[in-house]
Design a protein around this ligand. Structure first.
Ligand code: CP
Ligand code: NVA
Length: 304
């Protein structure tokens, strides 16, 4: 059992077969964990977590995942690394770490830096989020929808908010690979990345009317309006995205069984309201839990 790619940098590089393999192994590992059955497939292996930005879910779920799999992980957050102090190049960091560990999860600002890291690494690099995309998140999200609804066939995911966000870019790519209809409701300033739109043959419908978008949604999904690294543009973004909040009024235009998703962290009162994220439609913490199960499958497929 292997993926067709050495690194997991972008959903674009995964085939549908790869994604199905990840999902199948995820279900297997999740069952094992639920039944308290040993699944130490990565004994004596070490994962490095190279994080330039903060993280709760990604870092913790990868660390816990390695523990469940019988391996270990090293937290290499911001101030611990020569790289992040400007004292060492990406190339030398990749070459050095490759001599110690069997894989690296990297959360970097620039996607180009991630590609450079992968170019010089002899061990698999897993994208833990860049300014461009967040593949582990989107794979988990599609897995969660399938788990909740039984099948992805004829499903419709509606993303409401910052359509240019890394999470939205990856969701479009994941939906495209798996044949899930996706609509992005976003103002004209925040359309998804042009490379994503081109690679997916403009598969996603992009509109600026959120009420219209959600009318036959199976899932309404949102992400923060101001992503990490965009703080200087905060005032502008909040002003422009005001009409794209996921709130009770918007839900009243959606089917009664609609599910609400958010990658988290949530900025309550901005992209989503308390009553919606804490309400009966929300599956955000099941979604967050599944990061652990899906990433364990990714680790096994890339590291074993
Ligand atoms: N959704 C997500 O990646 O969360 P963290 O930033 O906490 O890792
Ligand atoms: N778009 C968000 C996702 C956080 C998981 C960010 O980049 O900050």
């Amino acid at each position: 059992m292997k993926l067709s790619t050495k690194h997991l940098l972008d959903i674009h590089n995964l085939s549908r077969k790869d994604i199905n393999l990840i999902f199948k192994l995820t279900s297997h590992l999740k069952k094992k964990q639920m039944k308290n059955k040993q699944h130490s497939y990565l004994k004596y292996k070490t994962l490095a977590l190279l994080f330039a930005k903060p993280s709760t879910r990604t870092r913790v779920s990868f660390e816990v995942g390695m523990t469940h799999l019988g391996g270990t992980s090293i937290d290499l957050a911001g101030d611990k690394m020569q790289l992040f102090k400007g004292r060492e190049s990406i190339k030398d960091t990749a070459s050095g770490l490759s001599r110690y560990v069997e894989a690296i999860v990297a959360r970097l600002y620039s996607h180009l830096d991630l590609l450079e890291l992968a170019d010089h690494s002899t061990v698999p690099i897993i994208n833990g989020l860049t300014d461009f995309n967040h593949p582990c998140q989107a794979l988990t999200d599609l897995y969660t929808i399938e788990e909740k609804l039984g099948s992805l066939k004829n499903r419709h995911l509606v993303f409401v908010g910052d359509g240019s966000s890394n999470v939205c870019n990856s969701l479009i790519q994941a939906c495209y690979k798996l044949g899930v209809k996706i609509t992005v409701a976003t103002p004209r300033y925040y359309h998804p990345h042009s490379a994503v739109m081109e690679r997916t043959g403009h598969f996603a419908k992009v509109i600026d009317n959120a009420k219209e978008a959600v009318k036959d949604a199976d899932v309404i999904y949102t992400d923060s309006w101001v992503s990490m690294g965009q703080e200087k543009d905060r005032t502008n973004k909040i002003r422009r995205l005001k009409g794209f909040q996921v709130n009770a009024k918007l839900l009243s235009y959606a089917p009664s069984q609609v599910m609400i998703m958010h990658c988290l962290p949530a900025h309550r009162g901005y992209e989503i309201t308390d009553d919606v994220i804490d309400g009966p439609h929300s599956i955000v913490f099941d979604q967050a839990e599944n990061r652990l199960h899906v990433q364990k499958a990714i680790l096994v497929l890339l590291m074993k």
